[in-house]
Design a protein around this ligand. Structure first.
Ligand SMILES: [Zn+2]
Ligand SMILES: [Zn+2]
Length: 195
């Protein structure tokens, strides 16, 4: 990839960016033909959410990803380079404007209809391979932040496990709050059976 090449990641997911090419099976064998499944799913999602949107009129407007790249040094974050993730973020940020005042957080690893885009202060369920992205901060949640969310002390000894393995462990954990709720429900059921 030529780093001086201009990014053309647009809101319209069917427009192919020559800098951020898709690496899916279809694109690898047939070239970037804009017919890979995620592009179709993204277009369907966007059209369903905003039936009157004229994508042609959005062409050339700065996208969320392009703005994030301009400020990458300030936010100290790694801006996603995958074509699918960039399109996902561009669409979700567009649907949740203004993003700087939004609590939007979503899971980059999931398809657009399953990415659990939450704006209510609740973080999406952490799965073993989840990569949660906070749109207002333009940053992916770190392993330490995920540990905090799961109630695990950040100095917990995981016997030198790699961050990827720690994330997997966290994804298999159950939050203490959920355990409390389950105990409450189980206790309630037991009591109702007794009387
Ligand atoms: Zn691009
Ligand atoms: Zn593709």
């Amino acid at each position: 990839m030529n780093r001086f090449e201009k990014c053309n990641c647009q809101l319209d997911p069917t427009l192919v960016c020559s800098k951020h090419t898709c690496q899916c099976k279809v694109c690898k064998t047939e070239g970037n033909t804009a017919v890979c499944s995620w592009r179709i799913a993204h277009l369907e999602y966007l059209t369903k959410k905003m039936p009157n949107l004229k994508l042609k009129e959005e062409e050339g407007n700065l996208t969320y990803m392009q703005i994030m790249e301009m400020h990458a040094r300030e936010i100290g974050g790694q801006v996603p380079q995958s074509a699918r993730e960039r399109s996902l973020l561009n669409i979700m940020a567009f649907l949740n404007q203004p993003v700087d005042g939004s609590d939007l957080i979503l899971d980059l690893t999931q398809t657009i209809s399953w990415c659990q885009d939450r704006t209510d202060g609740v973080v999406p369920t952490i799965a073993t391979k989840s990569r949660l992205f906070c749109v207002a901060q333009g940053n992916e949640l770190s392993c330490g932040q995920l540990m905090d969310l799961m109630g695990v002390p950040t100095d917990a000894n995981f016997n030198n496990l790699t961050p990827a393995t720690v994330r997997k462990v966290l994804g298999n954990m159950m939050h203490i709050g959920d355990v409390g709720m389950m105990r409450g429900v189980a206790f309630g059921l037991r009591t109702s059976l007794l009387f």
